[in-house]
Design a protein. Sequence first.
Length: 117
Amino acid sequence: QVHVVESGGGLVQAGGSLRLSCAASGMRISSYTMGWYRQAPGKQRELVAHITNGGHTNYADFVKGRFTISRGIAKNTVYLQMNSLKPEYPALYYCTLKNTISGINFWGQGTQVSVSS
């Protein structure tokens, strides 16, 4: 069973930065992608950034130029560097690992990111 754990959330002032980390364990999957989603209260979960095994990245328009997703030395880790945070960004940030063969997504429990104005 794949286990995904996020860390690094917290409270930061507007304009500040945070770095989220995610590690997946229990994997016997050779083909997968990893990504970050966010969910604000009362809203649907939405994609923030995504990275493939080959390092190809994809970002939501609202974070381009501010957020950077990257893989760790251990391929089952992924980071999200968030700069120039805005007050409208507070949300629960989820890490996900997707098996690209089966299409199954594995989700973490989420880490809260709050931005004060």
